[in-house]
Design a protein around this ligand. Structure first.
Ligand code: 9UX
Length: 72
């Protein structure tokens, strides 16, 4: 099924960061939609349940130069 996960993301300081994080998460297999809010530092990720994990989100965010601060 489909799941919506709210991630806390560290290190975003500008609109380009937001686009980078959105593209990074959107590129993961099983991710269907991503919306990042700079002010709150949160990313709403709609994804296939069981296809993508929190570890995948964390790895992708860190590879892009940001931090995974947990599930909000
Ligand atoms: Mo602008 Mo966001 O250099 O890292 S892209 S602060």
């Amino acid at each position: 099924g489909t799941r919506t996960t709210l991630l806390s993301v560290g290190g975003m300081t500008c609109a380009a960061c937001v686009r980078r994080v959105e593209k990074t998460l959107q590129a993961l297999e099983g991710v269907q939609d991503v919306s990042v809010n700079l002010a709150s530092g949160k990313a709403v990720v709609v994804h296939r349940d069981g296809v993508v994990s929190l570890d995948d989100f964390q790895r992708a965010l860190e590879e892009a130069g940001y931090q995974f601060l947990g599930v909000a």
